[in-house]
Write a protein that binds this ligand. Structure first.
Ligand code: FES
Length: 183
């Protein structure tokens, strides 16, 4: 979708809608349109963004732009909500999803240090994906394995108890597997 074009045709509703249909599925457009004439609560916007993320896996810039156009609200408000809430992803998920538990049991045993080491080694923050698309990083609250605290989960595999130095070993394992050199 050409953002500049969409911006300049805001007064031409049919053209705006047609442009948005190229970006968003019909059921999300219908949801936004059904709520557009009501008071624009943040809750409705959040619900719409959840639908977009459920459909695409993340909130791309062009999809947020389409939501703003359809809801007739400023793009800055949409991006503000998307960046404020931790559960919205602004980038596609990486091949491997890493979730660090920051629940109480893990936190008191040093989960913050494990999380910091992951961010340092990967060069990303929570909610981001590495440039090579290999890893995405998120935090979570209690994985139900408090006895192994502090823990992190990579895809469906739980690791714990972890120390910051374990992080390098675990990441190297996945990198090695990716290169097809795992034993
Ligand atoms: S608090 Fe981390 S697994 Fe329960």
């Amino acid at each position: 979708m050409n953002h500049q074009t969409a911006t300049t045709i805001t007064d031409n509703w049919e053209a705006v809608r047609a442009a948005c249909l190229e970006v968003l599925p019909a059921h999300i457009i219908a949801f936004i349109e059904n709520n557009r004439d009501m008071e624009h609560s943040e809750g409705q916007l959040i619900a719409a963004l959840h639908m977009v993320q459920a459909h695409f896996g993340y909130l791309a810039q062009d999809t947020m732009h389409a939501v703003a156009q359809l809801a007739q609200i400023p793009l800055a408000k949409v991006t503000g909500v998307a960046t404020f809430y931790h559960y919205f992803r602004l980038q596609p998920r990486g091949k491997h999803m890493i979730s660090v538990c920051l629940g109480t049991a893990c936190y008191v045993k040093g989960a913050d240090k494990v999380a910091q080491r992951l961010m340092d080694e990967l060069g990303i923050h929570f909610g981001e994906t590495t440039r090579d698309g290999l890893f995405s990083l998120d935090s979570t609250r209690c994985l139900g394995t408090c006895g192994l605290a502090p823990v992190a989960m990579v895809d469906n595999q739980v690791y714990g108890p972890l120390t910051p130095t374990d992080v390098s070993v675990i990441l190297a394992k996945y990198v090695k597997k990716e290169k097809g050199t795992a034993e």
